[in-house]
Design a binder for this molecule. Structure first.
Ligand SMILES: Nc1nc2c(ncn2[C@@H]2O[C@H](COP(=O)(O)OP(=O)(O)OP(=O)(O)O)[C@@H](O)[C@H]2O)c(=O)[nH]1
Ligand SMILES: [Mg+2]
Length: 391
């Protein structure tokens, strides 16, 4: 989610596990001279001074082979889509082998398409290559020479991560681009059966925090108390942010002057590509009895009755468009499905994902020529409210 995801990629025996251990100063991953020691990805959440909350992820070598090897490479590719930053580690010995060098440049290109990449060369012995050659070959201005045996390069890698972080970190706001300091904002947050026991969900917490920091009077209420809350106010609220499920009720009750949006529409903009999601929602009208829709939920929760993704949205679509539309569901990081078989993907608000991960999912959908939208935009569209809300 908000942790910076940093993946370590490279061929087998490049020293990837040695590097995760060096960077975290812990024995996170098993190191051995046997090629293919790391199989499943190994994650280590850690707070690093200067970088904040991070997750380092060690992966299996991209050059693994055989049936199991290919499955590991698939997993490695999946990790790539979750990472904000990739450290691409190659052993210096690779410069002696043309084929391996070519494969490495191919992988580095793939990595650069998906996230910000830092190139590192692990020196097992003497330098065997020219600095200029490496930069030219991989199309980079900078790379880092490391030698894990001597603990050389740790500070340089952490510095490079910090530099990349400072460059890509979004200055997008969740909500404050829609208001002014001192405005009154009402947040409609029904704490229904799906709300986690005893706490608020992350999008609500993050929105409240941003509004408070910005100097807005921030009023939280439930749908049941919304009208009463409005009646108790002296001034008309500048903005109302509602749970998408209650768009219709809130729209009908709100003062004309108050602008309306929802948490998941705000998050569609903040975490994903709102324009693409609006285009995706327009595809709803083209669905028919033969259509297949994929519902993608980011967090793996035990589904409850009236689950928004599993029950409410499919029921709404079947009622409004066609009763025979088929729905499949993927949860958490499961995304290794043939997206091209679907007419539409409807994604959750992705509060548990990073923006990079969500944008990579949009990219996957585009590459498969499948439209993608999200829960909030879908509900707004089906309730004919899309042109009455802002984001
Ligand atoms: N001399 C020397 N050996 C190193 C260095 N870095 C790693 N090694 C050794 O190289 C071997 C492979 O290291 P790992 O960290 O397990 O490599 P890996 O990339 O995780 O390998 P897989 O998990 O098999 O993909 C181990 O025997 C390490 O001790 C280094 O800088 N110098
Ligand atoms: Mg390893």
């Amino acid at each position: 989610m908000n942790r910076t995801h940093i993946g370590i990629f490279g061929p087998r025996n490049a020293g990837k596990s040695s590097l995760i251990n060096m960077l975290t100063s812990q024995e996170v991953s098993i190191v051995s001279s046997v090629a293919g020691t790391t199989t499943d990805p190994v994650s280590k959440p850690i707070e690093i001074n200067g970088l904040g909350a991070c997750v380092f992820i060690d992966t299996a070598g991209y050059d693994d082979y055989g049936m199991l090897g290919e499955m590991r490479v698939t997993k490695t590719k999946e990790v790539l889509k979750r990472c904000d930053i990739a450290i691409f580690l190659i052993p210096s010995t690779i410069f002696e082998e043309k084929d391996k060098l070519q494969e490495a440049t191919k992988w580095f290109t793939l990595i650069k398409e998906r996230c910000k990449a830092v190139l590192a060369v692990n020196h097992f012995a003497e330098r065997t290559h020219e600095i200029g050659d490496v930069k030219k070959l991989f199309g980079v201005n900078e790379y880092i020479d490391i030698n894990i045996a001597n603990n050389k390069g740790r500070e340089e890698v952490l510095k490079a991560i910090g530099f990349v972080q400072s460059q890509y970190q979004q200055d997008l706001s969740i909500v404050t681009h829609l208001v002014k300091p001192n405005d009154t904002v009402i947040l409609v947050m029904p704490q229904d059966i799906q709300a986690p026991k005893g706490r608020l969900i992350l999008p609500q917490v993050q929105t409240i925090r941003e509004l408070l920091d910005y100097g807005c009077t921030t009023i939280c209420t439930t749908t049941a108390k919304f009208e009463q809350t409005l009646n108790g106010l002296k001034d008309v609220p500048a903005l109302i942010v509602t749970d998408s499920q209650d768009f219709k009720t809130v729209y009908e009750l709100k003062p004309k002057e108050s602008r309306l949006t929802s948490f998941s529409v705000l998050f569609a903009r903040w975490k994903g590509d709102i324009d693409e999601f609006i285009r995706g929602a327009e595809a709803l009208a083209t669905l028919n009895a033969n259509s297949q829709v994929l519902i993608a939920e980011a967090c793996s929760h035990a589904p409850l009755a009236e689950d928004i993704g599993r029950e409410k949205i499919p029921a709404l679509i079947r009622k409004k468009i066609d009763a025979n539309i088929k729905f499949d569901i993927v949860s958490g990081n499961d995304w290794n499905v043939d997206l091209s078989q679907y007419d539409l993907i409807i994604h959750c608000g992705a509060c548990m994902f990073s923006r990079t991960q969500m944008l990579n999912r949009v990219k996957d959908a585009q590459q498969n020529k499948t439209k993608i939208t999200n829960y909030g935009v879908t509900i707004a569209y089906l309730n004919n409210i899309i042109d009455k809300i802002i984001w």
